[in-house]
Design a protein around this ligand. Structure first.
Ligand SMILES: [Fe+2]
Length: 281
C-alpha cells in the first residue's frame, strides 16, 4: 500500500482524461498526479468545464480534499473561489454541485471516489470552507535549524493521528542559499507531497515552478533546496510523523541543477524534456 516516488513532474505535461477515476463524475476532465493503485487514494487535478453540474442523490464514498487553483465551484450553497479549500468526508451530502464559470481544482481522494448510498459522514473531519486569503501566515518551522529561512505557513487541515500540519500552504521567501552553499540532506518518517502554485524551488532534481508536483515516500533523503524568487506551494504530510533527520554529509547547493527527475515507468515519458512551466494546468 504505497505510491511510487515521483520527484518531480510538471502537471502541464500530463494530458487531460475524460471523467474521473472511479467513474463518478461525468463531464469533468482530470489528470492523476499520483495514486496508490491498491488502496485507491490519489492526488488529481480536476477541470470542471463552464456550466458543469452534477445532480445525484448518491454520495462520494471517499474523503475529498480540494484547493481551487482557478475559477470556482459551488457545492450546496457554498461558492469556492480561487484559493479556497475544503475537506469533505466520504458520505457528505451534496444536494448541489456545479461550476458556472469552470474550475481547476487540486484534489485529494482518500480512496477511489465511487458513488454510493450513505446516511452519515464523519463530521469531525469536515472542513466545509476555508478562504485561505482570510487566514494569517504563521511561522512554519518545527526545527530551529530552519528558523533563519523565514518560511510561513497556513494550516488547512490538522492531522490528528500524528498531531501535525497535515495539509498546508507554504510560503518561502526569496534569496535562500547562495550557489555552493553547503547543507546536508533531510529525511522524514512521513511521505511528503508538494504542488507548486507560484514561484520556484531549485533542488537536485531541477527547478520546480508553477505546476510542478512531487510525491516523496517515507525515508527518502532529499535536498538541499533553495529559491531565488521565493515559492508558494501546497504541501501534505502523510503516513508518519514529520521529523527532520539531517544527513551526515554536506551537499553543495546549486541554482543550476538540470531537470533530472525520479519517475516511475508510467511517467518516464514526461521526464525527458526541459520545461519551464506554463500559465495553465
Ligand atoms: Fe522534506
Amino acid at each position: 500500500m504505497s505510491r511510487p516516488w515521483i520527484e518531480f513532474i510538471f502537471a502541464q505535461k500530463i494530458g487531460w482524461q475524460a471523467g474521473l477515476y472511479g467513474g463518478s463524475r461525468d463531464g469533468v476532465y482530470s489528470k492523476i498526479l499520483s495514486i496508490d493503485e491498491e488502496a485507491g487514494d490519489a492526488s488529481v487535478i480536476i477541470k470542471y468545464p463552464p456550466g458543469w453540474s452534477h445532480e445525484s442523490k448518491k454520495a462520494v464514498l471517499a474523503d475529498e480534499e480540494f484547493y481551487v487553483l482557478d475559477g470556482s465551484l459551488k457545492i450546496n450553497n457554498q461558492i469556492y473561489k480561487q484559493d479556497s479549500y475544503a475537506n469533505l468526508p466520504g458520505g457528505y451530502p451534496r444536494d448541489h454541485f456545479s461550476s458556472q464559470e469552470g474550475c481547476v481544482a487540486l484534489t485529494f481522494f482518500s480512496a477511489k471516489p465511487i458513488l454510493g448510498d450513505a446516511d452519515s459522514f464523519d463530521d469531525s473531519e469536515l472542513i466545509t470552507y476555508i478562504n485561505t486569503l482570510d487566514m494569517k501566515w504563521d511561522s512554519a518551522s518545527n526545527d530551529p535549524a530552519l528558523d533563519w529561512m523565514g518560511n510561513k505557513r497556513k494550516v488547512l487541515k490538522w492531522d490528528k493521528e500524528f498531531d501535525q500540519q497535515g495539509t498546508f500552504i507554504f510560503s518561502t521567501p526569496p534569496h535562500i542559499y547562495p550557489n555552493n552553499w553547503l547543507c546536508p540532506t533531510l529525511t522524514h518518517p512521513c511521505a511528503e507531497e508538494t504542488f507548486i502554485i507560484s514561484g520556484s524551488y531549485i533542488g537536485p532534481c531541477g527547478k520546480m515552478s508553477k505546476g510542478a508536483y512531487f510525491w516523496r515516500p517515507e525515508y527518502k533523503p532529499h535536498g538541499p533546496f533553495g529559491t531565488r524568487e521565493g515559492a508558494f506551494s501546497l504541501i501534505r504530510f502523510k503516513y508518519g510523523k514529520h521529523i527532520n533527520i539531517w544527513g551526515e554529509e554536506q551537499i553543495k547547493y546549486s541554482f543550476n541543477a538540470n531537470y533530472d527527475p525520479i519517475l516511475p515507468d508510467h511517467l518516464k515519458q514526461y521526464g525527458d524534456l526541459e520545461f519551464e512551466g506554463g500559465e495553465s494546468y
